[in-house]
Design a protein around this ligand. Structure first.
Ligand code: GLN
Length: 200
């Protein structure tokens, strides 16, 4: 066994402690990432849920945009909910935080509508089978480009996808007991997976 994987959680706003708890449950070392130096110290990064406009603004204020873009060239990143929104190439709909363009997906913010603010659903996740997922004012992925792979959909709305090192969920794996998505992410970060095989 090697040293514990060091998983960073971007700690500018949002569901930071929930993700750090999940990292601990998964047997990894969690680090709250607030600046460039922190980013340099982790093997993988989680962009948590929260408020994507605020999160995007704070990322720019900390001058982390280019660093995060460079990060995903060599290390895995998991974006959940608002984190997924920030990974997009483009956003559709009204309110538009500027996304980071980490993967070739087009995203509709608050895509499930206000009447479905928060709900749970069983998803069929490619290669993993059924996973119970918690959605909170969730976005969905309207379309993916050639480089991105759809891993789960709900009512024809794409809610999980990956492209290279970047894995995104519209829902909140940190709020469920099921560790399969986190374990998959960690396996990516240890280089234990051949690219693009969902081996849960
Ligand atoms: N709807 C929120 C946004 O647009 C995301 C909600 C969440 O992260 N739980 O930023």
């Amino acid at each position: 066994m090697g040293a514990k994987r060091r998983i960073g959680v971007l700690a500018l706003q949002g569901a930071v402690s929930e993700h750090l708890d999940m990292v601990k449950r998964g047997g990894c070392a969690g680090l709250a990432v607030k600046n460039r130096a922190d980013l340099g110290a982790v093997d993988a990064l989680i962009l948590p849920g929260g408020e994507s406009t605020t999160l995007g603004r704070l990322i720019r204020e900390q001058e982390l945009e280019d660093d995060i873009r460079a990060f995903v060239k060599t290390r895995p990143l998991l974006g959940t909910c608002a984190g997924l929104i920030l990974c997009a190439r483009e956003l559709v709909g009204d309110a538009r935080p500027r996304p980071l363009g980490l993967m070739d997906i087009s995203v509709e913010r608050n895509g499930f509508g206000r009447q479905r603010e928060s709900f749970e659903a069983d998803l069929e996740v490619e290669g993993a089978g059924s996973i119970r997922a918690v959605f909170i004012r969730a976005p969905f992925i309207q379309s993916v480009g050639v480089g991105a792979r759809v891993l789960a959909s709900l009512d024809d709305k794409i809610v999980m996808a990956e492209q290279g090192n970047v894995l995104v969920t519209a829902f909140h794996p940190e709020l469920a007991d099921d560790m399969r998505i986190f374990n998959y992410f960690v396996a990516k970060s240890s280089g234990a997976l051949a690219e693009s095989h969902f081996l849960l």
